[in-house]
Design a protein around this ligand. Structure first.
Ligand code: C5P
Length: 218
């Protein structure tokens, strides 16, 4: 069976960074499942659609041609790599991610990333729904204050102005929405390792995941 490492956790926990480094170190493919929900949100914004209009959103989903190409994300020939990273897009992504039809639509696309020699996938439901067979599951988190601070530093380093209290409130709202929705809510899988990175460096978090992986891949 193709080995999958599923890394789930709340927004701004650093799971994307950790997952990408683990994938590079193991020579595995990498799936950023949050990017798919952001792509849908971005397309809804561009079309000026109502975020609750499931019928039109379903029609829109059928028209999206998504390509991941050497670190770039191309949708219908448009490079959206940077545009989908805005706070606004993340917020809308978390709203449309609650729609059952959107999740159903993205399920087989996500599963198609499972290819040899292996996959590291990050998101909210990688270990619980998309890859329940994953050989290693990690629930990676950090305190809300640490996550707000990380997001703040990230935005400032990109020259984007930010307010830490607003970011903290957004994080609380996003956590609440992701954890309480009916469809694939964010939760730790019963067989997942818990990793709190509040006081860890990226390297320490990566090493811990690699140690767990080497223990299960023998
Ligand atoms: O991880 P990221 O912040 O880019 O994800 C954006 C939003 O997409 C999340 O807040 C979450 O609501 C949704 N998402 C999801 N399931 C995933 C990945 C992301 O519902 N597997």
């Amino acid at each position: 069976m193709i080995p999958v490492i599923a890394i789930d956790g709340p927004s701004a926990s650093g799971k994307g960074t950790v997952a990408q480094i683990v994938a590079t170190k193991l020579g595995f493919h990498y799936l950023d499942s949050g990017a798919l929900y952001r792509i849908v949100a971005f397309a809804i914004q561009q079309e000026g659609m109502d975020e609750a209009d499931e019928t039109r959103i379903n029609q829109l989903l059928d028209t999206l041609r998504i390509e991941f190409n050497l670190g770039s994300i191309i949708v219908n020939k448009q490079d959206v790599t940077e545009s989908i990273r805005s706070e606004e897009c993340g917020k809308l992504a978390s709203k449309v991610a609650a729609l059952r039809s959107v999740r159903q639509h993205l399920l087989s696309l996500q599963q198609s990333f499972c290819q040899t020699p292996g996959l590291v996938a990050d998101g909210r439901d990688m270990g619980t729904v998309v890859f329940p067979q994953a050989i290693l599951k990690v629930y990676l988190t950090a305190s809300a204050n640490v996550r707000a601070e990380r997001r703040y530093n990230q935005l400032i380093s990109k020259g984007i102005s930010a307010n830490i209290m607003v970011l903290l409130q957004d994080i609380h709202e996003r956590d609440f929405r992701d954890q309480t929705r009916l469809e694939s809510p964010l939760k730790q899988a019963a067989d997942a390792h818990f990793l709190d990175t509040s006081a860890l460096t990226i390297d320490q978090a990566v090493n811990q995941v690699l140690i767990w992986y080497s223990a299960v891949s023998k």
